[in-house]
Design a protein around this ligand. Sequence first.
Ligand SMILES: [Zn+2]
Length: 196
Amino acid sequence: MSPPLEIADGLQLSDAHRALLRPGELVTGTDGHAHRLPRFFYVVESWQQARDTRLTAHFTLSELMSVDCREAPLLLREFPHYVPCAVSILARYLEEFRERAGAPVMVAVNGGYRSPAHRFSAPGSLHLWATAADLYRVGDTLLDDAKSIDRYARLAAAIGQEVRVKPSGHGPGETDDHLHFDLGYVTLASRSLDET
Ligand SMILES: [Zn+2]
């Protein structure tokens, strides 16, 4: 069990961080529905701490927050990093998926949490809530064709009502080089911070 991470109220962060993370703000997704962005974040002091923080037996925090240069420089290069607390719930579901698949599950770079400032972030994308993961490999199987994607999509969807997967295909809302797995707009509040 890794030591507990500090939790920050996004509304108390610096102006620069609030402008990028937009804690608690309403955003309207491409489907026209409005949702409130996460407000409470784990405070991550270094990549070493992220690698050392085991959210479940097989998933570290670092795997679910790795992004490349498409992320805003302040969020990419400077610490602390802030990751919505619901990431720990995502890890729990990925652990169950791994168990059902009977093989290691690989999350793509940019395939876990992305901030609203990330250049791949569509408004309303579940990656902004840290409740979505893009999986590119399960065991030896690369998820880059319809057969593999659909096979593992069925396995993921069988976990429960709250799990959604995107179908394989080349159109909007479909994937052809990974499996998108999400839990919907789940947020986690801190026990010790006010929501007022
Ligand atoms: Zn995705």
